[in-house]
Design a binder for this molecule. Structure first.
Ligand code: PMP
Length: 361
């Protein structure tokens, strides 16, 4: 399919071709219903099966035991910035946050707006968020410890998660959920906007451990309570049914075509090693994240000048490599290489980078 480019967009991002084809095939007549999945009732058997399948696949892929509930919500990860402190604060206990850049900073801001006792226990602001703080102080008496597992803008990622014994770990995993295996045990809640590694925009995945639900204050408005979604299996009101359906197909692709998270992690490691290996082998491009903190999902780099960056982006686009512009807040270039980006896309990018460097270096 020559008209499909290698799409390095940070999110919404590339989706697997086989998923898009399945959507296309099923669009007009979903499993003999004579309707598209967008048109069936969210209370029909068709949609119920879609929802249960997406939940079951999430649990299997992440190895979640029965203590964890999988919820599908709206409002993006940004809504979770406000819902996490609103639902999970515990009396006067401090809310601990690690600040690793824009998205953590926004999460912190939303907790502060609510007048919560927020502590920034570690931060990488001193070196422009180019690294993940090495040791995270853990106060087992805090209400929770919040981290951003992958920093989409700065291109940094936790390699190892903090391992508190008691205090629940909470993570924004918007840009690396389903990219690798991890032990879910220390997590009280994980959230992720689907539009990077899990599906289309419009649905937010929330994984919550049941004991966290006991914290939800009774007086909160219905739609802002995790318990509403948990008690009604995300069907208290009309859920974003099409986005959940596509997310389910992405998870099916991960399990059945990509060999699950173990294999996906191996491929993601290979892709990251290829591109960082190239960055380290030359001095025209400069990676911006500190090597020990480099993200396997978002590879951020600069060229010798902004003019060259502009030319690079234009020519890359002409060569079928799209979405390489860095976030507007930091500039430069960024290659987002989520699960759906095949290794061939990374190889094509490196070939183009070599060629551009030889002509402009
Ligand atoms: N957290 C992270 C790590 C992100 O990358 C983003 C989006 N780029 C957000 C939160 C915000 O997500 P949303 O647009 O779904 O609110």
């Amino acid at each position: 399919m020559s008209y499909r480019i290698f799409n390095f967009n940070p999110g919404p991002a590339m989706l697997p071709l086989s998923v898009l084809k399945q959507v296309q095939e099923e669009l007009l007549d979903y499993k003999g219903s004579g309707m598209s999945i967008m048109e069936v009732s969210h209370r029909s058997k068709w949609f119920e099966d879609v929802l249960q399948d997406a939940i079951a696949r999430t649990k299997r892929l992440l190895g979640l035991d029965d203590r964890f509930r999988v919820l599908f919500m709206q409002g993006g990860a940004s809504m979770q910035f406000c819902l996490v402190p609103m639902n999970l604060a515990l009396g006067d206990k401090p809310l601990d946050y690690v600040d690793t850049g824009t998205w953590s900073t926004k999460a912190i801001k939303e907790a502060k707006i609510q007048g919560k006792k927020v502590r920034v226990v570690a931060s990488s602001e001193d070196r422009e968020y180019t690294y993940i703080p090495e040791s995270i102080p853990i106060d087992e008496d805090a209400a929770f410890l919040h981290i951003t597992s992958n920093n989409t803008i700065r291109g940094t990622q936790f390699r190892e998660f903090p391992r508190p014994k008691k205090v629940p770990l909470i993570s924004d995993m918007s840009s690396d959920i389903f990219s690798r295996r991890f032990d879910p045990a220390p997590f009280g809640l994980i959230y992720a906007g689907a539009q990077k590694n899990a599906g289309p925009a419009g649905v937010t995945l929330v994984i919550v451990r049941e004991d966290m639900l006991e914290r939800v204050p009774a007086g909160l408005p219905t739609m802002l309570k995790y318990t509403t979604y948990a008690e009604k299996n995300s069907l208290y009101n009309t859920p974003p049914s099409f986005a959940i359906y596509v997310t389910g197909l992405v998870l099916r692709w991960l399990e059945e075509e990509m060999g699950g998270l173990e294999h996906m992690e191996k491929t993601n490691r290979e892709k990251a090693e290829l591109i960082y290996g190239y960055l380290d082998s030359q001095d025209f491009y400069r990676g911006t994240a500190e090597p020990a903190s480099r993200s396997w999902m978002n590879v951020t780099f600069r060229l010798p000048s902004e003019e060259l960056e502009k030319a690079f982006l234009e020519q890359a686009q002409q060569n079928g490599l799209g979405g390489l512009k860095g976030h507007r807040s930091v500039g430069g270039c960024r290659a987002s290489i989520y699960n759906a980006m095949p290794i061939e896309g990374v190889q094509a990018l490196i070939e183009f980078m070599k060629d551009f460097a030889s002509k402009n270096g």
